[in-house]
Design a protein around this ligand. Structure first.
Ligand SMILES: [Mg+2]
Length: 301
């Protein structure tokens, strides 16, 4: 079950704020703002799922507020419903032109507001589900390459800001082709699922990520992790996979399925992901394979 949705109610009149809170608190968590400035601040800090926005307010009216929300990367995705005493078709049209998803005239009919909010929250929920599905590898049900790229960018920036190390490992299944050729692709797929499950069970701090990078290659991202700790984690993963004791009679490395791991640790600089992290881990993986596979090699830097 996901956390309840959060709705930001923006209205300069206390009575309206109270009325809307009363109306919605069974559907969602309600947060309040009594003017445009507070609305902008709360929207960017608390990332509500939906905003109910009054139009007539002193200092900054609702039309101005929505323009600012839509001009800010942190808030442009949040759907806005105008709740306004301005009820002419031209006001409504203006509101929708500015990017609102709906326009409710005051005085409003409470059950209608509740139902419209419910419908918009349902859309938000469906959109999230689709976004999440688009980030999951359908075979192994762990993060896919796209999710890896997104998370690498955000963790790179986070580590760059705090001057912390970021570690990456790339994991490759040893002699996977020989396994597939001998046992078929369905059996090969099962190996990939087992490995994904094993690694996901070991790696799970906030910000850590296990992803299928492509084919029989996985990537593990460990933010705020020093080289030594990351390398120990890589050894742990390698050992766990060997300990699954999945027979692989066609591997010259071992009688069971094994993996080779290449890793790299660096302290990110700047906001753009540099290729040296991946390239370093990839070069280390190459060395691990050349030296006989079923081992961990960490790139020097
Ligand atoms: Mg007002």
């Amino acid at each position: 079950m996901t956390a309840p949705h959060c709705v930001l109610v923006v209205d300069d009149e206390k009575q309206n704020r109270e009325l809307l809170t009363e109306l919605l608190h069974d559907e969602c968590r309600v947060i309040l703002a009594k003017n445009g400035f507070q609305a902008l601040e709360r929207a960017s800090e608390q990332q509500p799922d939906l905003i109910l926005l009054d139009v007539l307010m002193p200092d900054m009216n609702g039309f101005e507020v929505i323009q600012r929300l839509k001009n800010d990367d942190r808030t442009r995705h949040i759907p806005v419903i105008f709740v306004s005493a301005l009820d002419s078709p031209s006001d409504e049209e203006r509101g929708l032109d500015l990017g609102a998803v709906d326009y409710i005239a005051k005085p409003f009919h409470p059950p209608i507001v509740r139902k419209r909010v419910r419908n918009h929250l349902l859309s938000v929920h469906h959109r999230r589900l689709l976004e999440n599905l688009a980030m999951i590898d359908s075979l192994t049900e762990i993060a896919n390459r796209r999710r890896y790229d997104t998370q690498l960018e955000s963790e790179w920036r986070r580590c760059a800001r705090s001057g912390s190390p970021l570690s990456l490992m790339i994991i490759d299944v040893d002699h996977f082709k020989a396994y597939n050729d001998n046992f078929g692709h369905a059996a090969g797929d099962q190996i990939l699922r087992s490995i994904a499950l094993t690694m996901s069970g070991q790696v799970g701090r906030p910000g850590d990520l296990v992803a299928r990078y492509g084919g029989e290659e996985f990537a593990v991202l460990l933010p705020l992790t020093e080289r030594h700790a990351a390398r120990l984690m890589a050894e742990e993963l390698r050992g766990r996979i060997e300990d699954l004791h999945i027979p692989h009679p066609h591997s010259p490395v071992a009688p069971v399925v094994t993996v080779s791991i290449g890793g790299m640790t660096l302290v990110p600089k700047g906001g753009q992901v540099l290729p040296e992290l991946f390239d370093g881990a990839d070069a280390a993986l190459y060395v691990a394979k050349r030296e006989g596979r079923n081992r961990v090699v960490w790139q020097e830097n």
